[in-house]
Design a protein around this ligand. Structure first.
Ligand SMILES: C[S@@+](CC[C@H](N)C(=O)[O-])C[C@H]1O[C@@H](n2cnc3c(N)ncnc32)[C@H](O)[C@@H]1O
Length: 259
């Protein structure tokens, strides 16, 4: 299918509204991406492919930890209360010195990491605040597919940790993870991967984190569910490599302990 045809197929109300806001170039790239996603984003997984679930208690070997959660209304795109509890419990259990979060968004999880780990350094990455990029990022001749355009447009990066006492231990990095040098987060051994949720980006982000810690780290991925087949597909590939990725029971958060 040619570019123009793909754009027409992917044209919908959401892309038109974005086009009104950001200009015709943007509407074309988003529409093309929508068309590509509709066509390609349903990986047929082998019948015996699945990611097993494990209760949080078992992952923490029955340990007890103290976690403080800010409950109440959350912005669409931020971690839900119950999921934050799972994530922060594992953070407290592993007690890392350095954390790397991919996808800061409003910064509520960033803040909660800093609060839960009182002496840790928290690195967090998001696209630049004025980002108005394309639906794909070209890296070494290959186009990496992106998603979450509605979140990118609506975010106020770090809003929830700025002006808190935790901000001093939080290092905000701006960039596209496809092109970023993850060396800025040297020493990280605990990773929360929650940026773009396409297969391409999940793979890029996970492999860069793996490289950063030499595989000796704890990895958590948000959105390991049927709405994000690219994440599931990538995690199944890691499992096929012998890495025992599991999903926390009753949660869309996946976990792998490489320590
Ligand atoms: C679902 S939100 C993250 C939510 C956050 N972790 C939380 O718990 O509240 C995804 C974030 O990833 C960012 N993002 C998307 N693509 C990215 C990329 N290629 N590089 C860096 N950040 C990206 C988006 O701007 C958005 O703020």
């Amino acid at each position: 299918m040619g570019n123009l045809t793909e754009a027409l197929v992917g044209l919908n109300v959401a892309s038109i509204l974005r086009g009104i806001k950001h200009g015709p170039k943007r509407v074309a790239s988003i529409a093309m991406y929508s068309a590509w996603a509709a066509k390609n984003w349903k990986p047929t997984l082998p019948a015996d492919s699945y990611i097993p679930t494990v209760p949080l208690d078992e992952l923490m070997k029955g340990s007890r930890v103290d976690v403080t959660i800010t409950s109440g209304a959350t912005t669409d795109g931020a971690l839900e209360y119950r999921q934050a509890l799972d994530l922060l419990s594992l953070a407290a259990y592993h007690n890392p010195d350095v954390v790397l979060e991919i996808g800061t968004f409003m910064g509520s999880t960033t803040r909660d990491f800093a609060r839960t780990l009182p002496s840790a350094t928290i690195h967090t990455v998001d696209l630049p605040p004025d980002y108005a990029g394309e639906a794909t990022e070209l890296v070494d001749g290959a186009g990496l597919k992106k998603d979450d355009f509605h979140l990118i447009e609506g975010r106020k990066v770090g809003r929830d940790y700025l002006d808190t006492p935790y901000a001093a231990r939080i290092h905000q990095h701006f960039g596209d993870t496809a092109k970023m040098d993850f060396g800025v987060a040297a020493g990280a051994t605990f990773f929360f991967i929650d940026g773009a949720h396409t297969y391409d980006y999940c793979r890029n982000d996970s492999e860069k984190c793996f490289e950063l810690c030499g595989g000796k780290g704890v990895f958590l991925w948000h959105d390991c569910d049927e709405s994000h087949p690219g994440v599931v597909q990538f995690l199944l590939e890691w499992r096929a490599l012998g890495r025992d990725v599991v999903r926390i029971a009753s949660s869309p958060i996946a976990y792998w302990n490489g320590l």
